[in-house]
Design a protein around this ligand. Structure first.
Ligand code: DC
Length: 224
C-alpha cells in the first residue's frame, strides 16, 4: 500500500487553521484530524471522571480507557466521548481551559500520539494542531504554519462571539490569547513552533480564499 499523503497545518488558536484544514481536505478528498478536539476530549474525560487535573498520573489513567470517535456532520464532524455527542461540551470554556492543562503533560501527549496517528488513512490526511509537523507527522509531505497577529485573532474571535449573541470584551480576549500563546510556545514538550521545513504563512491581512489558494498552489507545486 502506498504511504498516505499527509498535510500538516499548525499554528495558534484563531489563525483559521481548522477551517483551512477542512477546506483543503474537501478539495483533495482527504481525511481530517482536528488534534485540538482530541485534547479537548481527553480533558472532558478527566473532568467527567472528576480527577484532580493537577495530578498527571490520575489524568493519564482516566484517558487510557476513553472511548472516542467522530461521525460525519453537516459541515464539521461530530465528536463522541463514551457514546455521547459532546460537540457542545468540548467547545465550552471549562473544557478549553482543562485542555490546555492536560496538553502540557508529557505522558498525555505520548498516550495521544497513536490516537492521532490512527487518523492516517488513504488517500491522505490533513492534520491541524500545534505539533503536527514537528512531532506527530514529522515526515509529512506538506507542512504549513498559519499565523496571524494576536490583535487580528482577538478581533475575529470578538466578531464570532457577537454573531453568536455572546457579549465579549476585546481587551480580555486579547489578553487570553496572549497568555495561551505564551503557554503553548514555551512548554517543554512539543511547543508550538514551525517545523524547520514548514512554510510559514502570516494571514493577518489575507482573506480566507487567498489563504486557501496559496496553500493549494503550494501543494500543486510539490506534485511537479
Ligand atoms: O486548537 P484547540 O484550541 O482546539 O486546542 C485545544 C488545546 O489543546 C489548546 O490548549 C492547545 C492544545 N493542543 C496541543 O497542545 N497540541 C495540539 N496538537 C492541538 C491542541
Amino acid at each position: 500500500m502506498m504511504t498516505p499523503y499527509v498535510i500538516t497545518i499548525d499554528g495558534p488558536s484563531g489563525s483559521g487553521k481548522g477551517t483551512l484544514a477542512v477546506q483543503v481536505a474537501t478539495q483533495l478528498g482527504f481525511h481530517v484530524l482536528d488534534s485540538g478536539a482530541i485534547y479537548r476530549l481527553a480533558a472532558l474525560k478527566a473532568l467527567n471522571e472528576k480527577v484532580d487535573l493537577q495530578n498527571e498520573e490520575l489524568v493519564l489513567n482516566a484517558i487510557k480507557n476513553m472511548d472516542i470517535h467522530f461521525e460525519a456532520g453537516s459541515d464539521l464532524s461530530i465528536p463522541f466521548l463514551d457514546g455521547q455527542d459532546v460537540s457542545q461540551q468540548i467547545r465550552d470554556e471549562a473544557t478549553a481551559s482543562a485542555a490546555s492543562i492536560v496538553a502540557a503533560y508529557p505522558s498525555i501527549r505520548k498516550e495521544l500520539l497513536d490516537v492521532q496517528r490512527a487518523f492516517l488513512k488513504p488517500p491522505g490526511l490533513v492534520a491541524d494542531g500545534r505539533d503536527m509537523g514537528t512531532t506527530v507527522f514529522p515526515d509529512a509531505k506538506i507542512k504549513i504554519f498559519l499565523n496571524a497577529s494576536a490583535e487580528i485573532r482577538a478581533e475575529r474571535r470578538y466578531k464570532q462571539l457577537i454573531d453568536m449573541g455572546i457579549s465579549a470584551n476585546i481587551a480580555d480576549l486579547l489578553n487570553e490569547i496572549e497568555i495561551r500563546d505564551e503557554r503553548d510556545r514555551t512548554r517543554s514538550v512539543s511547543p508550538m513552533v514551525p517545523a524547520l521545513d514548514a512554510v510559514v504563512v502570516d494571514c493577518s491581512m489575507m482573506s480566507r480564499t487567498s489563504v486557501l489558494d496559496l496553500v493549494l498552489s503550494h501543494i500543486a507545486d510539490n506534485e511537479q
